[in-house]
Design a protein around this ligand. Structure first.
Ligand code: IMP
Length: 447
């Protein structure tokens, strides 16, 4: 079984958690490779619902080792809450480890995130205010605190004092707000550390060994391709690397070890926060998608902006992630519409039509979508358990996505529950990863 990366193909919230949960059924290890508690992964099964922000979505499978890898920024407060909530619901976290190299999101990072957003005024990014940007900024500036620093009290005290010297000057002199004190943070962490310390490990060699031994490893992405710091719609992006390459940097595995990359895409498009969104429908259609798709943020509760599926975005995601397959989620949300639309190209202000995703957000702002219109389907499809159960027009819709992107849609999801998912290639329905292997092979033969 290959090493699989699960990556968001749009602006995040594509239901990656559900896809990872399904793949975890066959996996030995699930490794979260980037982002922080800005992510919200919802997993539903047996009539229960779990919302995860940091813990990998393989946690519900006791045979799976779950790793929060070095590319993640970890807020101990959120991790503690999540662990407690999982335990209270009878889920063991004995199979969870956190990389010693992962950086820590401190209370002053959360404070700075909110203050920096306020200072941006009308140019606000719409961050989740979880301290993600400031924590990654400290990491890049080589002044962050890492999980390894939490292992010994003296070492933690020293790095915390040093960090607070700078942060208190910044907060008090520039922003004129009180910086959390050493004592306050120390008191808070005294509660967390006995629980967190045993989870801290040098995880890179563990991941490497699993890959070397041919174990089944799933790399779980957070956010989406269009929120990537380098490849997304800068500056309306997050501060990490959600793209598949981020799985290598964030876990310590080289690119040649990756066998398959699944891009998770909704059957339509959503975006939270500010920034260009060519296919946005700020109208009845958008409301229809929002209500049927329950498009409200898992982390912040914010209503998501909704619009038609954008194949230019998906082609771009295929390009920057080397996608071997798509997993299409929330197809059931489109039921009931007379017609459905897919954006196949953009019209630029000079009238030129392009199929390329522009690297400049200012250009993207001016792009008009060029749509293909397809007939919709009235039937509810939440009970579909196979490709053959879907109406003909739903088949056409999925096949159009394959035609416009050149990437097979290997998995389809028609509802939030675990069982509302099927693999399209019937013979391999019980061996999803084998399917991916075949798809990857087929693609390389075609090239
Ligand atoms: P930050 O990651 O909190 O700094 O937010 C930066 C941008 O990424 C904002 O537009 C957020 O709404 C967006 N963002 C961050 N995490 C997620 C996510 O998990 N899903 C969707 N959007 C996200």
């Amino acid at each position: 079984m290959p090493v699989v990366v699960v990556v968001g193909a749009q602006w995040g919230d594509e239901a990656k958690g559900k896809v990872v949960d399904c793949l975890a059924q066959d996996a030995d290890m699930v490794v979260r490779y980037g982002g922080g508690s800005n992510a919200g992964h919802t997993v539903r099964f047996d009539g229960r619902e779990f919302k995860l922000h940091l813990v990998p979505s393989g946690i519900f499978r006791p045979q799976v080792v779950n790793i929060i890898a070095s590319g993640v920024v970890v807020d101990p407060q959120v991790l503690m809450e999540e662990i407690r909530s999982l335990q209270a619901q009878g889920v063991t976290v004995d199979n969870l480890l956190v990389s010693a190299s992962a950086h820590v999101v401190m209370p002053y990072h959360r404070l700075l995130d909110a203050l920096e957003e306020k200072q941006r005024g009308s140019a606000q990014i719409g961050t989740t205010c979880r301290g993600i940007g400031p924590a990654y900024a400290d990491k890049a500036a080589r002044k962050g605190i890492r999980m390894a620093d939490l292992r010994q009290p003296e070492r933690f005290a020293a790095v915390l004092r040093r960090a607070l010297e700078e942060k208190s000057r910044l907060l008090e002199r520039v922003y004129e707000v009180q910086c959390p004190s050493f004592e306050d943070i120390w008191r808070e962490y005294e509660e967390y550390l006995p629980v967190l310390r045993p989870l801290i490990a040098d995880t890179d060699p563990l991941v490497y060994t699993a890959v070397q031994k041919g174990q089944r490893v799933v790399f779980e992405g957070a956010q989406g391709t269009l929120l990537d710091l380098d490849h997304g719609t800068y500056p309306y992006v997050t501060s990490s690397h959600p793209v598949a390459g981020g799985a290598c940097v964030g876990t310590g595995i080289g690119p040649t070890h990756i066998d398959a990359v699944i891009g998770v895409a909704k059957a339509y498009t959503t975006r939270v926060g500010a920034g260009a969104f060519p296919t946005e429908q700020p109208n009845e259609t958008g409301n229809y998608l929002r209500e049927r798709g329950r498009e409200y943020g898992t982390t912040t509760g914010r209503p998501r902006r909704c619009g038609w599926l954008d194949a230019v975005v998906l082609r771009y995601a295929a390009q920057v992630n080397s996608l071997t397959a798509f997993a299409m989620t929330l197809l059931d949300v489109l039921s009931g519409l007379d017609t459905v639309q897919i954006c196949r190209a953009y019209r630029l202000p000079d009238g030129q039509v392009t199929e390329q995703f522009p690297s400049d957000s200012a250009v993207l702002e001016q792009c008009e979508p060029v749509y293909e219109q397809l007939p919709g389907w009235k039937e509810e499809i939440a009970d579909a358990t196979s490709w053959d159960d879907l109406p003909e027009n739903a088949h056409r819709y999925v096949q159009k996505v394959e035609e416009l992107t050149g990437v097979p849609v290997a998995m389809v999801s028609v509802g939030p529950q675990r069982h509302q998912t099927f693999w399209r290639h019937g013979v391999y329905a019980e061996r999803p990863v084998r399917t991916l292997q075949l798809l990857a092979q087929r693609q390389s033969q075609a090239e």
